[in-house]
Design a protein around this ligand. Structure first.
Ligand code: ZN
Length: 305
């Protein structure tokens, strides 16, 4: 199927964002404008959204979907992506170092009115990568694994963290004391919780330093990175919205709208529950495979040489 008398379009099906050909000219230009606006929002917002390690640490240490969803960082991520124009992103599956986010009715799919039967949401993949990489300082890879445009119910994005960078931010001084065999000045409950998290992340095994833990500690000792302390980007946001909600103007109305969106959330979550469990189960199966940790060890050995 080719246009008579016109040279063929060059298509690159392997990698790169899909071309915005087809559809009416106005439709394509409208979609192109929306995509430009999105890119502009990202360029404006991401540099102002740096997150301090102490907040990322809470996100990384949370190891159930519910616990992750209740962190300030997760809520900020959802809000930021919504405001930028990336739709209502939500975490649906988790395994240590692996997260799957879903976007129902993904607006990014509409940027490619003429494309079907393929994954098109490179803008979301790119934004997730930039958020984790630039704002959280976490090395990671991001992939769109399902797309509404290829016939799936929602778009799904898988974020895989690189273990070394995740450990570096996740572990605080007390955790490193525990890994060195020193009891930090905390009560038994907190100590147990820390040991549990370190075990989930395979740094401890049955209360003992694991091979990974030992490799990491050697690696960490050679690394002097100072943790920068600053306010999280949502602090100003929280202050602004509290000011706005005290005024009976646009701010007040906006607050009401936000409340409505929030109350509709649990219902959505309920409806998605079977899908969540299935995804999570698959992801946890995958995470049991210690390949990524083996890779971590190999990398560390290389660094030491
Ligand atoms: Zn998609």
């Amino acid at each position: 199927m080719s246009d008579p008398g016109l040279p063929p379009f060059m298509n690159d099906s392997a990698g790169g964002p899909p071309p915005m050909s087809g559809g009416s000219f106005a439709q394509s230009m409208g979609a192109f404008g929306a995509l430009l606006k999105l890119q502009q929002n990202i360029s404006e917002r991401f540099p102002k959204s740096k997150v301090p390690w102490n907040e990322t640490r809470k996100f990384l240490k949370a190891n159930t979907i519910e616990a992750i969803r209740s962190t300030a960082l997760y809520k900020f991520n959802v809000k930021l992506f919504g405001e930028i124009g990336l739709g209502n992103i939500q975490l649906i599956s988790y395994a240590p170092m692996h997260y799957i986010f879903a976007v129902p009715n993904n607006p990014v799919c509409n940027f490619y009115p003429a494309l079907n039967n393929q994954k098109v949401c490179a803008a979301t993949t790119d934004a997730l990568y930039r958020f984790f990489h630039e704002d959280l300082e976490l090395e990671c890879s991001v992939e769109e694994i399902e797309c509404i445009k290829s016939g799936n119910e929602v778009c799904k994005f898988k974020v895989d963290l690189q273990p070394i960078s995740a450990y570096q931010i996740m572990l605080d001084e007390y955790d490193r004391m525990i890994l060195s065999g020193i009891r930090p000045p905390v009560d038994d409950t907190e100590l147990k919780e820390r040991v549990r998290v370190l075990t989930v992340y395979k740094l401890l095994d049955k209360g003992q330093l694991s091979e990974i833990g030992s490799a990491y500690m050697q690696f960490a000792a050679s690394l002097q990175v100072e943790e920068k302390i600053f306010d999280p980007p949502w602090k100003i946001d929280d202050e602004l919205s509290s000011i706005a909600s005290n005024h009976n103007t646009f701010g007040g109305a906006f607050g009401e709208m936000a409340k409505k969106v929030q109350t509709s959330d649990p219902a959505n979550a309920q409806a998605n529950e079977p899908a969540i469990n299935e995804e999570t189960r698959k992801l946890q199966e995958e995470a049991k495979d210690t390949d990524s940790f083996a890779q971590l060890l190999a990398k560390m050995k290389n660094k030491k040489e």
